[in-house]
Design a binder for this molecule. Structure first.
Ligand code: CTP
Length: 401
């Protein structure tokens, strides 16, 4: 028995023969003290009744987007914020298609679209529908948005056919979600620090030297850590990216500010240095705007290496220190040398000379170099930065636990 006291689950039941399995799944969560609210889509009501769902869940059942009474009590945005996790079971081909289009035509799709929580899809449909290229494409698209899949399994279907498309068993759904929720609780006690974005090094009050970093990969990593429950701090150089307000976001501009804020946020258990910190700052920043002149020379001075400082800290070295290496040549050689020179546990390296990935792109391909592992390196192939960050955080969770 798992104690899911105070854990809030939003169930979305779609219309399918497998909907009866959702009732059993709700019963399992209720038995383990979870708090449950449910949304029934219009067609779900052909298979299960609001009364049976509310009796089992002992929680509110919603079925209409523009119901004045419901909206007054808890509007659809509040409902999406209320949940710790959202489970769509059974997830029909139609709902999967709607979600992949970002539809908001009913309460279920609107709440999912507005959600910042982990969404689990538990598909159930005929084998041909599941194997159809359009369903496969929709699932692929949803996984790039961070949705997680449970099942489907292979077996005899209600329609008489045999194959993949059966909804997973309630016990399997329960195990997967309750593990996710218990890890979230465990992770709340673990501090993670992420640096992201470029830094600006001022020449005078209006001019500065910077670099092409967008900060996207670092923000995605911070989002993935936050979703898994880690107590996450993001120290960000100047970017135009947005992130959930529940994160501890510290905005800085220069490498010196980033260094000061990093120091203030030690100790931490995990430190991920994805920022493209300027290696140099201007030796003598002019207090006034520099006037036009024939020749102008600026002297550069080395910035402190924040990663190096943290990874060699004698009393506050985090349990896991991860550095990044942006390279245009000799990736393996440079990354391996940074791994030891910077005393990191991992270096995540990418080739920034490639046009379809790296700086400013939504896509990335990275190779992780490990210090203490039998697999010395591992490549995460080209995919969205949001997916790369999920894969990186999967590995962080495995390592830290
Ligand atoms: N880094 C840092 N502080 C700096 C410079 C870099 O924390 N002043 C961190 C970056 O966030 C990254 C790693 O160090 O995690 C690698 O930075 P990079 O600039 O690629 O490597 P360098 O050691 O500066 O080597 P080079 O620029 O010569 O490749």
């Amino acid at each position: 028995m798992k104690d899911l006291i105070n854990k809030k689950i939003l169930f979305i039941i779609c219309g399918g023969v497998a909907a009866y399995k959702s009732l059993e799944t709700i019963r399992l969560f209720k038995k383990n003290n979870a708090e449950i609210k449910t949304i029934l889509t219009k067609s779900a009501k052909e298979f299960v009744t609001p009364l049976s769902v509310t009796s089992l869940s002992q929680g509110k059942v919603y079925d209409d987007l523009f119901n004045v009474e419901n909206e007054m009590e808890m509007d659809h945005i509040a409902l999406s914020r209320w949940a710790d996790v959202i489970i769509i079971a059974p997830a029909t081909a139609n709902t999967i298609s709607k979600l992949s289009q970002g539809s908001s035509e009913d309460l279920a799709s609107t709440v999912v679209l507005a959600s910042n929580k982990q969404v689990f899809l538990v598909p159930a449909m005929n084998v041909r529908m599941w194997e159809h290229k359009s369903t496969k494409d929709n699932i692929q698209k949803l996984s790039t948005y961070g949705y997680k899949l449970i099942g489907p399994t292979i077996g005899n279907m209600a329609c008489g056919e045999f194959g993949e498309g059966k909804m997973s068993d309630p016990s399997e759904i329960f195990d997967e979600i309750s593990n996710y929720l218990s890890n979230q609780v465990k992770n709340k006690r673990i501090k993670a620090l992420v640096t992201a974005g470029p830094t600006n090094e001022y020449i005078d009050p209006v001019r500065f030297i910077t670099n092409k970093s967008s900060g996207k990969q670092g923000y995605e990593i911070a989002k993935s850590l936050l979703k898994r429950g880690f107590d996450t701090t993001l120290i960000s150089g100047p970017t135009n990216l947005h992130i959930d307000e529940s994160i501890n976001l510290i905005k800085v501009e220069t490498a010196e500010e980033m260094f000061k804020e990093t120091q203030k946020n030690l100790p931490t258990d995990i430190a991920i240095f994805s920022a493209a910190v300027a290696d140099f700052k201007i030796d003598q920043k002019s207090q006034n705007k520099i006037k036009k002149q024939e020749n102008f020379t600026i002297n550069l001075e080395k910035n402190i290496d924040i990663l190096n400082f943290v990874s060699n800290h004698n009393s506050m070295r985090p349990r896991l220190v991860i550095g990044f290496a942006a390279e245009t040549e000799n990736l393996d050689e440079n990354a391996t040398s940074k791994l030891s020179k910077k005393n990191c546990d991992w270096i995540i390296a990418n080739d920034v000379s490639k046009k379809d990935s790296g700086f400013n792109s939504d896509y990335n391909e990275v190779t992780i170099f490990y210090k203490n592992s039998q697999n010395k390196k591992e490549t995460l192939s080209l995919k969205k930065k949001s997916e790369i960050s999920e894969e990186i955080v999967d590995r962080i969770v495995a390592q830290i636990n």
